[in-house]
Design a protein around this ligand. Structure first.
Ligand SMILES: *Cc1c(COP(=O)(O)O)cnc(C)c1O
Length: 384
């Protein structure tokens, strides 16, 4: 029976045969399994085939409507395994400039060392992507919504564009979550997650995931095994536990984010709100087509300079200033100081990321408390 997201979160994992019949998976800490168990396959954590790894990988594959899932030690391990397994010397890879900072620096600093060319596209429209394609382009990687401006890329259009030229498309679906968006259904080849964020959801496990066809996964697995970035059994179990509440967490987070965006948009101390759920957002219509809900990330610019904006944020009592996202707690940060600290001021300006931009990852607190908190902090900050 093909079940719905909330049910898949709880029951999606296929538990390989084992004696116990508990409702949760026993934590298999062994790094040595008998080779008499199966003639074809040696079980070993770095081969990604222990029971705890397989349960979470199959849950995430089910949530993304993909054939195979792989769970790794971090989101970056997923990014690197996918890129290295699909690129070789002389190839070109195209990235959207609104991608995660770690992915960006891997593309900028590391790929050229191996003779792999890369370039970046700043706009979100398909024509801009198309104009950057080269005869040797092998991979296009992007995110939607982007960080931190929540720009929307038309996933289906880019996937079509790439497919007609035999280019592999990779979408980092971390911000959207598999509850809201399934890029494979839109023609994308590979989906990546930083599981550290929404999938685990409790800000206490660093992990990553990849979902792709069985054929593609075979080549990714080969490289991932060599990179050796596995997730140990206990962390897999924590991720398994976090995944069970993914759908209800995300549902509530999206609902609260939408209410917070509406409060901010009308707030006298706020100049601009970036949230794809707002009708005036330039990507609203595309987001409404390709996402179930608009996500729980937003960013805004207060009617304030950097110092004033920082003062406002310091008055928040429920939301906490911290890096990362996707957990149960509401977090705020200044991308200038966090995700984009290593990007030059000129490039940040070109990307539209001002020094006073505030990014919010909306948590699962009571929405009334969140709305009150942001309202009072904005009003208190630096009276004019
Ligand atoms: C955090 C993040 C990553 C990197 O994930 P890690 O688990 O920190 O390695 C990749 N992509 C996006 C969109 C992220 O937010």
């Amino acid at each position: 029976m093909k079940t719905r997201k909330g049910t898949q979160c709880v029951h999606g994992g296929v538990v390989p045969s084992f004696a116990g019949q508990g409702t949760t998976t026993p934590i298999h800490t062994s790094t040595s399994f008998s080779y008499l168990f199966d003639d074809d396959e040696v079980i070993y954590p770095r081969y990604f085939n222990t029971p705890n790894q397989q349960v979470v990988a199959s849950t995430i594959a089910a949530l993304e409507n993909g054939e195979r899932g792989l769970v790794l030690g971090s989101g970056m391990a997923a990014v690197v395994a996918v890129l290295l397994s699909h690129l070789e010397q002389g190839d070109h890879a195209l990235f959207h400039s609104g991608i995660y900072g770690g992915t960006r620096s891997f593309a900028v600093e590391t790929l050229p060392k191996y003779g792999i060319h890369r370039s970046f596209v700043r706009s979100c429209d398909a024509q801009s992507f198309e104009s950057e394609l080269r005869p040797n382009t092998k991979v296009i990687l992007f995110e939607s919504p982007t960080n931190p401006l929540l720009q929307i890329v038309d996933i289906e259009k880019i996937a079509q564009l790439a497919r007609s030229r035999g280019i592999v498309t990779v979408v980092d679906n971390t911000f959207a979550t598999p509850i809201n968006q399934n890029p494979l259904d839109l023609g994308v080849d590979i989906v990546i997650h930083s599981g550290t964020k929404y999938l685990n959801g409790h800000s206490d496990v660093n992990c990553g995931a990849i979902v792709a066809s069985a054929e593609r996964m075979a080549s990714i697995l080969h490289v991932a095994t060599q990179l050796g970035s596995t997730l140990d059994a206990r962390a897999c179990y924590e991720l398994e536990r976090g995944l069970k509440t993914l759908a209800i967490r995300v549902q509530r987070q999206c609902e609260s984010a939408s209410q917070l965006a509406q409060l901010l948009v009308k707030h006298p101390r706020v100049k601009r709100v970036h949230f794809p759920g707002l009708p005036e957002h330039p990507g609203h219509e595309i987001a409404a087509r390709q996402m179930a809900e608009f996500g729980a990330m937003l960013s805004f610019e207060a009617d304030a300079d950097e110092a004033e904006a920082k003062q406002m944020v310091s008055h928040l009592t429920v939301a906490r200033p911290a890096v990362s996202l996707g957990g149960v707690e509401t977090l705020v940060c200044f991308p200038k100081d966090t995700s984009h600290a290593k990007v030059s001021p000129a490039e940040r300006a070109a990307d539209g990321i001002s020094d006073s931009l505030v990014r919010v990852s909306v948590g699962i607190e009571e929405v009334e408390d969140l709305l009150f908190d942001f309202d009072q902090a904005l009003r208190r900050g630096h009276p004019r």
